[in-house]
Design a protein around this ligand. Structure first.
Ligand code: UN1
Length: 484
């Protein structure tokens, strides 16, 4: 077993970072040790500290963005938006904590007081993805800290440098080292962390396969809270619209932003037969114009490489596989450099494929499915075990109303992309996309549990019924029982 994790820049293949694999048991022990003190800190103090964290990130915004761009391969302009999202998360999470899990008085018919307050779970394990190596784990870490939990964060083994940088920003804000830790490791450390009895909750963002494995491992631990943010096979339906150029832009933005490595990326462009000949050439022309290059290139690229060569190999194989099953290449996906994971956007008409595989192909590959009408479009859009995001383009308000009612997904948009979901809204889906613990604005919900209380200053109690009147022992215990 290697005792180090090494990360390489996808764009160049150069080694970027290496670090020793962490000790799961030691990290959990430290987090447990810190948990009591952190939970007892005043709410005001915890909020002050996470605000200070936001300032730290702001101070380091440019080196942070450069590191994200290097380690993921995403364009620098996009890495900068990720850093902004990390900063923005703090105020949103403070507001969400108050709205979703604050304390309140409850109406009480009885004397005394009734109230609702929330408590932290204790030690939270956060398992991060590589596509947003800072923003998505941060979306678990910040709400967890505000609620009073301590955190052991294991970044993806493909993006450990960004994970370590993020945690250094928390420490630079003087959040104690034991309150949030970065645990470097691969799948074995992830498993050990999930199963560790000292961990009270597991907050995961990644593939459905890994999420299901976590769920299985915790099947006999119903007491651990588990939040799974998984993938999608997201549909983008295009009905009649005169705005062809805009529809094409929405399609390529939805499918190819972050080289298609977004859980919310459109995977299936479901288009009316009557729109096909107008829309598809426009989508193709736009996709052909997209610059694919290293993150710091000038002119700036739309897409960088995918995360590694193995992933690029798999995507190229998937493209070929779809063609061999009856798909028609509209724009073949290409790999301009054999040794690096750059991929140009691919478009396949998959209408002719009999059993289209319902899988998440995590890269710049968009399948097109032709349908005769809205009924068929909705049926096709729902033909997936996932249910994260879905968009409708064109049509009228009644079409959107129907689409909204009949589509099974946690994000349903009209004339907007499938991706770019707001941090100020709940973020999650149905089916294989999650376990009904939406993140973003609702992350507060899984970071604390509700405690209902009734209270009085003094014990004061009487029993009004069912007692003898004169304090004599009762002679009849049960109706009909023989008297002695
Ligand atoms: C996306 O749109 O692709 O804060 C991800 C969050 C969400 C993530 C969105 N805004 O969790």
């Amino acid at each position: 077993m290697p005792d180090e994790i090494v990360s390489f820049e996808p764009a160049t293949g150069a080694e970027l970072w290496r670090g020793e694999i962490g000790d799961v048991t030691a990290a959990v022990a430290i987090a447990r040790e810190a948990a009591g003190g952190w939970a007892r800190e005043s709410q005001t103090r915890r909020i002050e500290l996470v605000r200070r964290f936001a300032n730290q990130v702001r101070k380091q915004a440019e080196p942070f963005a450069e590191l994200i761009a290097r380690e993921t391969g995403k364009p620098l302009w996009e890495a900068r938006t990720e850093v902004e999202a990390v900063i923005g998360k703090v105020e949103i999470s403070i507001q969400a904590y108050g709205e979703r899990t604050g304390s309140k008085k409850l109406d009480s018919a009885l004397q005394g007081q009734a109230g609702l307050r929330h408590k932290p779970h204790g030690v939270m394990a956060v398992l991060g993805p590589y596509n947003f190596p800072a923003h998505l784990p941060n979306g678990h870490i910040v709400p967890a800290l505000i609620a009073g939990n301590t955190v052991v964060f294991k970044p993806s083994e493909r993006t450990p440098a960004v994970g370590a940088f993020l945690v250094e920003c928390f420490h630079a804000a003087r959040i104690p080292a034991g309150v949030v830790q970065c645990l470097i490791g691969g799948p074995a450390e992830g498993r050990a962390l999930v199963e560790h009895p000292g961990v009270d909750g597991v907050l995961f963002t990644g593939s459905a396969r890994a999420g299901i494995a976590i769920n299985r491992r915790l099947a006999e631990n119903p007491g651990k809270i588990v939040a799974l943010e998984m993938g999608g096979n997201n549909p983008l339906v295009v009905l009649e619209t005169p705005k062809i150029a805009d529809a094409a832009v929405l399609a390529v933005q939805s499918a190819f932003t972050t080289a298609g490595q977004r859980c919310t990326a459109a995977r299936r462009l479901i288009v009316l037969d009557s729109m096909f000949d107008r829309l598809i050439p426009a989508v193709k022309a736009l996709a052909e114009r997209m610059i694919v290059d290293e993150p710091f290139a000038d002119p700036a690229p739309y897409m960088g490489p995918v995360i590694d060569n193995e992933t690029a190999d798999l995507l190229m194989e998937s493209f070929v596989e779809l063609i061999s099953r009856g798909g028609t290449a509209i724009l073949p996906m290409r790999r301009p450099r054999e040794d690096r994971p750059f991929l140009t956007p691919g478009l396949i008409d998959s209408t002719g494929i009999a059993d289209r595989p319902d899988i998440e192909l995590f890269g710049p590959l968009l399948q097109i499915v032709r349908v005769p009408d809205l009924d068929a479009a909705i049926a096709e859009a729902n033909a997936t075990r996932y249910g994260l995001s879905a968009s409708l383009i064109g049509g009228g308000p009644d079409d959107y109303e129907r689409f909204w009612n009949e589509i099974r997904a946690g994000i349903i948009n009209w004339n907007r992309p499938t991706n770019g979901a707001s941090s100020a809204a709940p973020f999650g889906g149905v089916g294989l996309s999650g376990n009904h613990r939406p993140a973003a604005f609702y992350a507060a919900d899984y970071c604390a549990y509700p405690v209902a209380s009734t209270s009085m200053d003094q014990p004061r109690a009487t029993i009004g019924l069912g007692l003898t009147e004169d304090e004599a022992p009762a002679e009849v215990w049960m109706k009909g029982s023989p008297k002695e």
